[in-house]
Design a binder for this molecule. Structure first.
Ligand code: RIB
Ligand code: CA
Length: 320
């Protein structure tokens, strides 16, 4: 049976890749998509998401807009990463439909409570919508199979030296999600940064005859600036799509169930501290063990196999 999922996105280059993969893969049933500000402003994210779902032939999947800014912090610009329009200037046909006239929280709650089996939430953006859902409707927790989120890091950050963008953008939301009681799977930068499609393959897709493949090749070819210093860029990262690949091919990822906490203050704000010690340490002794909750943390990945899975799967979408 396909896994029923709701995807929360800030479409962006790699959110688009994740949406295309999820719609294409036979083991995934995308029952809804919710949008949040992050890589771009909320309206742009909703527009981008509708266009990508149309491209995937999934115009029947309901889309709802959610939070236009984090719970506490101001919204952060990310245009140097995904471009001003969030899709690196890659223009997709305008969608013929609008987002649902219900909020992201209302759509998530309705879909979760109506679905006959527990639903998996795939969070690929700042977790503001999920935090609002879990605080407003805690009754959904027992109907959530698990929350698979792209976010955090057990090592280095990207937004700051120690914090990953999605968690850093709304650390309070990430902390709320962690403590809500649903099982969580953390697909962080430790694996996120490793799964790339080679430039030659991306170029081949972009020049190819497959309609979706051409867009995927262009998205993969977008030069993502690592900071305002545009000279430092990377291409080919499947990014968020790797978190969805990890759901359908968990054998390609090494997970460890570890204690994780989210830092909310100081330079470390937004850092996910992953406790990889084989011993308890002195946290309990000094009363420092109250902010931890456990996640299945992705620590290693068969990057080439995941990249191949991604490309083969998106090419299974109608190509004419
Ligand atoms: O840090 C990477 C994350 O930030 C990805 O989800 C990307 O789309 C951006 O939202
Ligand atoms: Ca994202």
């Amino acid at each position: 049976m396909p896994i029923p999922v709701i995807m929360d996105v800030d479409t962006g280059i790699d959110d688009a890749l994740a949406l295309l993969f999820a719609v294409a893969h036979p083991q995934i049933d995308v029952i809804g998509v919710t949008c949040v500000a992050g890589n771009a402003g909320l309206e742009q994210v909703v527009d981008n998401t509708l266009r990508v779902l149309d491209l995937a032939g999934a115009a029947d999947v309901p889309v709802a807009g959610g939070a236009s800014r984090p719970l506490i912090a101001p919204a952060r610009a990310a245009s140097h990463v995904h471009g001003a329009d969030g899709l690196g200037g890659i223009v997709l046909p305008e969608s013929g439909r609008n987002a649902a006239d219900e909020s992201a929280v209302a759509l998530m709650r309705r879909l979760i409570m109506q679905h006959p089996t527990p639903v998996t939430l795939i969070a690929l953006a700042p977790q503001t919508n999920l935090a609002l859902l879990l605080r407003t409707h805690p009754e959904v927790v027992e109907r959530i199979e698990r929350i698979v989120f792209m976010g955090g890091s057990a090592s280095v950050g990207n937004a700051t030296a120690v914090a990953e963008f999605n968690v850093w953008h709304d650390p309070e939301a990430a902390a709320i999600v962690r403590d809500a009681g649903a099982p969580t799977v953390m697909y962080g930068l430790d694996v996120f940064n490793r799964v790339t499609v080679q430039q030659a393959r991306a170029d081949e897709l972009a020049a190819g005859s497959h309609r979706v493949g051409r867009i995927v090749g262009q998205l993969l070819g977008h030069r993502v600036a690592l900071s305002e210093d545009e000279s430092l860029t990377y291409t080919g990262l499947i990014g968020d799509a790797g978190a969805v690949c990890a759901i359908v091919a968990p054998e390609l990822v090494r997970f460890e169930n570890l204690p994780v906490r989210v830092e909310l203050s100081g330079y470390g704000r937004g850092q996910t501290i992953v406790d990889r010690r084989p011993f308890a340490g002195e946290d309990r002794l000094h009363g420092l063990d109250d902010e931890w909750s456990r996640s299945d943390v992705a620590l290693d990945i068969h990057a080439d196999a995941v990249a191949d899975l991604f490309v083969q799967t998106v090419l299974s979408l109608p190509g004419e």
